[in-house]
Design a protein. Structure first.
Length: 315
């Protein structure tokens, strides 16, 4: 629990600091609703001071623990949903549903600057780590999402080690990278944000072409990259395979196996875009760890179509 200390008093009481459990609990609960990812109480850098039973000061700054990243580093899979409809309300609600992370799909989705900003704010207080796939491998687009509060960045179409370095540089502060100093909404994480963000930020590159598969081990060995998020559909296209039939192609399966092996050989986290929770669970059992298990558009359409059958409007 967050440490809360009583303010100074006169006489003997002044020599006997006491903990006020009820106020401590309420204050800790209030603070836990102000951030956007799970926290470790032991890592709070300040205390709440009470004077005569009243909250006097609340420390502004606490390590925001990216629980999804820590889960993966511990060897377990983390499951997420991809959000492409551009609805900040959907992001806010799903951040509280129990999923490990949410991925704003700014490459193919309907997100603009303002809607992505609103979604990241709406996710604050939820348990899902807020992440985003950037539209392209571009320094300022990546930096903008980080400044808005993303705790994970996925960079598409990374085919070479040089492109991998270009993806990671805007994510890491010097000397590990070249991220610009200027936090925007990330200031809400506290004054000590630059002290811990490099450790908690999850940076993944997308391996989604046969060229990327051939360079997979060199790409994954790039310092500052935590893992990958393989794109099976674009990988299939680069191999002359219809993505809708990729599951029955042995050479497509072998290419994914190469990506998984490259991550294992470099000690990085292997990730994969999966169409359903069932597929994500199966891939998790195979050793993949950073797994999306469907998205908002698919869930909405699936629920709507299921309702049609009940209503007798579809056989």
């Amino acid at each position: 629990m967050l440490a809360i200390k009583a303010g100074p008093r006169k006489g003997r009481i002044a020599r006997r600091p006491r903990v006020l459990p009820r106020i401590a609990s309420r204050a800790a609960s209030w603070i836990s609703g102000c951030g956007c990812v799970a926290r470790s109480a032991a890592e709070y850098g300040r205390t709440i001071r009470l004077r005569w039973g009243r909250v006097e000061a609340i420390g502004y700054g606490a390590v925001q623990v990216n629980a999804a990243k820590q889960k993966m580093l511990a060897g377990r899979p983390a499951y997420g949903y991809s959000l492409g409809l551009g609805s900040a309300l959907a992001a806010e609600l799903l951040a509280r549903c129990g999923i490990d992370f949410l991925l704003l799909e700014t490459q193919h989705g309907s997100w603009g600057h303002d809607s992505a900003f609103a979604a990241l704010m709406g996710m604050a207080g939820g348990t899902a780590a807020p992440m985003a796939r950037v539209a392209k491998n571009e320094y300022f687009l990546i930096g903008k999402l980080l400044d808005q509060g993303a705790m994970g960045i996925v960079v598409p179409m990374v085919d070479t080690p040089e492109q991998a370095k270009a993806a990671v540089d805007p994510c890491r502060l010097p000397p590990r990278g070249t991220r610009s100093w200027g936090w925007g909404r990330a200031r809400a994480y506290g004054d000590d944000y630059p002290d811990w963000i490099d450790d908690q930020l999850f940076v993944a590159v997308q391996l989604e072409s046969i060229r990327a598969v051939e360079n997979a081990e060199a790409i994954m060995a790039t310092p500052g990259i935590d893992g990958c998020w393989a794109g099976p559909a674009d990988l299939a296209l680069s191999m002359g395979i219809d993505p809708r039939r990729a599951g029955s192609e042995d050479r497509h399966a072998r290419a994914l196996d190469q990506i998984l092996a490259a991550c294992r050989n470099t000690g990085k986290i292997a990730g994969l875009a999966c169409p359903t929770p069932e597929d994500a669970r199966r891939r998790g059992d195979q050793g993949w760890q950073f797994l999306t298990a469907g998205g908002d558009a698919g869930f909405m359409l699936g629920g709507a179509r299921a309702g049609l059958k009940v209503l007798g409007l579809q056989s």
